[in-house]
Design a binder for this molecule. Structure first.
Ligand SMILES: *Cc1c(COP(=O)(O)O)cnc(C)c1O
Length: 394
């Protein structure tokens, strides 16, 4: 099997698995218990918090553990909305290509009377700080813009956007789920007020994540119950997963440069190889993207058929995000960067990790070329394009 879907989830690192085992096997005490067996768990929890904070340039008190990226996004946005409403500010700025954890939360707020401005994204897959500045109004309570896109991997000018928000006195949240552990992220230097991350995107366990909130930014709990996480997230902590997340994050942040050096040539070769397929195009800017992200559109094919045939050849790929597969709508991300419906349907996302090899990349290039030709040979749409009855768009 060739695993090229690391934006959907990653294999756990050995270090992360080993960091979890003591808490699954022996140290099962509740961190909230007063006896020393529970306090041992409490110490492990706080140690994980300190180490995660250090990786982000944050203070441990600014770290809240959540069940993952989706919960962190929900809590960040809903907290800012509550704070905004108290000041009579009910306008939020975001982009059209956010993850659904952000977009669906914003839709909910819209139904509750908030005004949402979704900025257009350029064909390069980037929003500019100037556009963000122009969208901010006196009643804006939050700007939420993702650090790196989960489908096309493009990286946003987060530091500049953060600086603008700070200057205008507006809270700034970033969904950094795809960025943390893959590119340098520092909440202080990057002017970030709130940030979401998820362990399973950097070789940690699924079902655990973090919401960073700068000191002074008040969070409201989504879950009623005990006083865990200083009252900001009720429920007994998933200590094993949190310990695994801390170990995975330290490992990923320590190897950031090394992993980048290993993955980048593979990505470049994959892009070059797939660029040889006629009437196809890379989605998003080639430079300003995550080291492991490749995303193409090919005219005259259906992304779903492409994925199934690649699966037959042992290649795990995606056509968009894991969350949209199963739906027949084209990716909202590809539509947001201006790809027409027909073209957006024929998309392929391949996301690499440092475990991939040059041989796997060559095999994948060969497999994609064959499968695309095969699908086109059977496609009525492709026949119309070839016979000139329809115009090629790519
Ligand atoms: C995966 C992902 C999420 C959701 O994280 P979960 O931990 O799976 O809930 C949110 N945002 C982005 C950009 C993602 O890639």
């Amino acid at each position: 099997m060739i695993y090229l879907d690391n934006a959907a989830t990653t294999k756990m690192s050995k270090t992360a698995v080993e960091a979890m085992l003591p808490y699954l096997e022996n140290w099962y005490g509740n961190p909230s218990s007063l006896y020393s067996f529970g306090q041992k768990s409490k110490e492990a929890l706080e140690s994980a918090r300190e180490r995660i904070a250090a990786c982000l340039g944050a203070d441990p008190k600014e770290i809240t553990f959540t069940s993952g990226g989706s919960e962190a996004d929900n809590q960040a946005i809903l907290s800012a909305a509550i704070l905004g409403e108290r000041k009579g500010k009910k306008h939020i700025v975001s982009t059209a290509f956010e993850h659904h954890a952000v977009l669906h939360t914003l839709e909910k707020l819209k139904r509750e009377g908030y005004e949402i401005t979704l900025l257009d994204v350029h064909p390069s897959g980037v929003v500019t700080p100037e556009e963000v500045a122009a969208a901010i109004r006196p009643d804006t309570c939050l700007v939420t813009i993702m650090f790196a896109n989960n489908e096309i991997g493009t990286i946003q000018p987060i530091r500049e956007i953060g600086a603008i928000c700070r200057e205008k006195g507006v809270l700034f949240h970033t969904d950094a789920v795809q960025a943390v552990g893959h590119v340098p992220v520092n909440v202080k230097e990057d002017n970030i007020d709130m940030l979401s991350l998820s362990a399973h995107k950097f070789h940690g366990p699924k079902g655990t994540g973090v919401l960073y909130a700068r000191r002074g930014v008040r969070l409201f709990s989504l879950i009623e119950g005990g006083a865990q996480e200083r009252g900001k997230r009720a429920g007994t902590e998933n200590l094993a997963a949190i310990a695994g997340m801390a170990a995975a994050l330290e490992e990923a942040c320590g190897a950031l440069e090394e992993n980048r050096r290993r993955i980048l040539p593979l990505r470049e070769r994959l892009i070059d190889g797939l660029s040889e397929i006629p009437h196809g195009a890379l989605n998003g800017d080639r430079e300003r993207r995550l080291p492991g992200n490749v995303n193409f559109c090919f005219e005259g094919i259906e992304g779903e058929s492409l994925l199934l045939l690649l699966d037959d050849r042992g290649v795990c790929a995606s056509s968009g995000s894991a969350c949209t597969s199963g739906s027949l709508d084209p990716s909202h991300v590809l539509l947001a960067i201006g790809r027409p419906h027909d073209v957006a349907h024929g998309s392929l996302r391949l996301t690499l990790s440092e475990g991939n090899t040059a041989e796997e990349i060559e095999e994948t290039i060969g497999a994609v070329k064959e499968v695309v030709s095969y699908l086109r040979s059977m496609s009525p749409v492709w026949r119309d394009l070839e016979e000139g009855k329809k115009e090629h768009l790519l």
